[in-house]
Design a protein around this ligand. Structure first.
Ligand code: NAD
Length: 499
């Protein structure tokens, strides 16, 4: 069995805490590696190294920093298959989906090549007599990020690429479920020319996270994961005076209007509901058909599509629709929630319970499930299931459907399927959710826009990637300068305009 490492000061370093987490191949259920869980001392060592390396990196001109990103993009493309394979092996998602995970991170790295432009700052010539004023964006120093298991390539890159392009050092604490790809990314960044100590990977659990939260040198914390942990990290990080942005869980609704193309809507729901076994924060987990007839027709179209889904290991190639969930505990939790749905009176139209795959009986596979007649008081509606389970809540009207999505505590993403422009515009304007799709089921914004939800899906005020990331990873400093040209005015005692 492979013993994974940390990546500190440009070296693979064995863990010294004596604590490890098992890393599984979810398709077989076997433990394939163990990841070291860092102690406070290991985290502190990484922080010290980062703090020593960062000033020289911040002083490297932004164009040179951007060239590292350019080279990194080349290396990601060179190693795409290798990265996707390593990702699928520990996560379970299909190979094309794993390549998409790398690709969506790569696109943020491409955006960061624009760092010289994005960091240019502002200048006012002649703000007063002989007075010029300029604002510059300066790196924070040592920054850190804590990432979830479900996008082990994309989300680390969403954080470290802008942080590093801005001149910061970055400490990544990836998910202990699938830490191999983050380690590979750190190696590639160094191959691309990044100095040692600027990107380090410290594997770990709560102990490592707490060590980062309480370390005075760490200036900012980025977090993506479940809402209770997001709330804890936001509260603790802010109380310790850090800049913090935390992105949490989701329960994304898709509203299907009576005028929608129902074949298109059903196809969209299949991909958005069951892709990646439902382990996406932008998965659609609630379908809201408007009107009984729409609901009946939609269910009729969904059932045969769901029954055709091919569930299997990533090694079965490109025709697998989705793979196993990440751990036995995740599988047990999904099955528990499905049972609550049945017990609380939802109609289980497609029953994937007892699903087993020949040759992979110990894998963490969950068959696809479709519930109809789900109501807002049920646990399967209130809770993020994070599995291949789609719930249908029938709404009597557009207003009822809109209210349902608005009243849910999560506000990450949502979608509406309709042919009516007025309805679509009204929905986009009124909905209290951060990312909206119109006839698009998973509206993940591209790298040059920003990603973030509302309500309990986010804690903090700036989004991920796009222009917000360059704000999050820099501080503004504004300089007012005067060259008096021999003018002498004596002391001034009143606050006055510069005219
Ligand atoms: P998680 O909250 O269990 O873990 C996320 C990270 O937090 C990991 O690195 C983990 O080691 C760490 N962690 C876990 N428990 C901790 C504790 N008690 N104290 C400190 N740190 C702790 O989440 P996950 O299961 O890895 O990921 C799935 C969740 O992430 C889902 O809720 C999903 O919706 C969410 N997610 C959100 C977004 C978004 O952008 N909003 C994107 C992807 C995933």
């Amino acid at each position: 069995m492979q013993e994974l490492t940390h990546y500190i000061n440009g070296e693979h370093v064995s863990g010294t805490s004596g604590r490890f987490a098992d890393v599984y191949n979810p398709a077989t259920g076997e433990v394939i590696a163990k990841a070291p869980l860092a102690s406070v001392a290991e985290v502190e060592q990484a922080v010290q190294i980062a703090a020593a390396a960062q000033p020289a990196w911040a002083a490297t001109n932004p164009q040179r920093r951007a060239r590292v990103m350019m080279k990194f993009v080349d290396l990601l493309n060179r190693d795409m298959d290798k990265l996707a394979e390593a990702l699928s092996r520990e996560h379970g998602k299909t190979l094309p989906d794993a390549a998409g995970d790398v690709q969506r991170g790569l696109e943020v790295v491409e955006y960061c090549i624009g760092a010289p432009q994005l960091l240019k700052g502002e200048y006012t010539d002649g703000a007063g007599p002989g007075i010029d004023m300029y604002s510059m964006r300066q790196a924070l120093g040592v920054t850190a990020g804590i990432t979830p298991f479900n996008f082990p390539a994309m989300i680390p890159m969403w954080m470290f690429a802008p942080a590093i392009a801005c001149g910061n050092a970055f400490i990544l604490k990836p998910s202990e479920r699938d830490p191999s790809v983050p380690l590979m990314l750190a190696e590639l960044m160094e191959e691309a020319g990044l100095p040692k100590g600027i990107l380090q990977v410290v594997n770990g659990d709560k102990e490592a996270v707490d060590a980062l939260l309480h370390n005075e040198v760490v200036q900012s914390i980025g977090f993506v994961g479940s809402t209770p942990i997001a709330e804890y990290i936001y509260g603790t990080g802010c109380a310790n005076g850090k800049r913090v942005q935390c992105f949490g869980g989701a329960k994304n609704h898709m509203i299907i209007m009576p005028d929608a193309d129902l074949d298109q809507a059903a196809d969209a729901l299949i991909g958005a509901g069951y892709g990646a076994a439902g382990e996406r924060c932008m998965a659609i987990s609630v379908a809201v058909p408007v009107g009984e007839e729409t609901a009946d027709r939609l269910i009729e179209k969904l059932v045969p599509r769901i029954e055709k889904l091919k569930v299997g290991p990533y090694t079965d190639g490109n025709d697998v629709d989705y793979g196993p969930v990440v751990t036995a505990a995740a599988k047990a939790n999904i099955e528990r929630l499905i049972q609550t749905g049945v017990d609380q009176g939802a109609e289980l139209v497609v029953d994937g319970r007892g699903f087993s795959l020949q040759g992979y009986e110990d894998g963490f596979f969950v068959g696809p499930h479709l519930f109809d007649r789900v109501t807002p008081d049920m646990d399967i509606y209130k809770t993020e299931i994070f599995g291949p389970v789609l719930s249908t809540v029938r709404a009597g009207s557009y207003e009822e459907a809109l209210k349902l999505a608005m009243d849910h505590e999560y506000g990450n993403g949502t979608a509406i399927f309709t042919r009516d422009g007025d309805t679509a515009r009204d929905f986009a304007n009124r909905i209290n959710i951060g990312m909206v799709g119109i006839n698009v089921p998973i509206p993940v914004p591209l790298a040059y826009h920003t990603f973030g939800g509302w309500k309990k899906s986010v804690f903090g005020d700036l989004n991920q990637h796009g222009p917000d990331a360059f704000k999050f990873y820099t501080r503004t400093k504004t300089v007012t300068s005067r060259w008096p040209s021999g003018l002498k005015e004596g002391g001034e005692f009143h606050f006055k305009p510069m005219d």
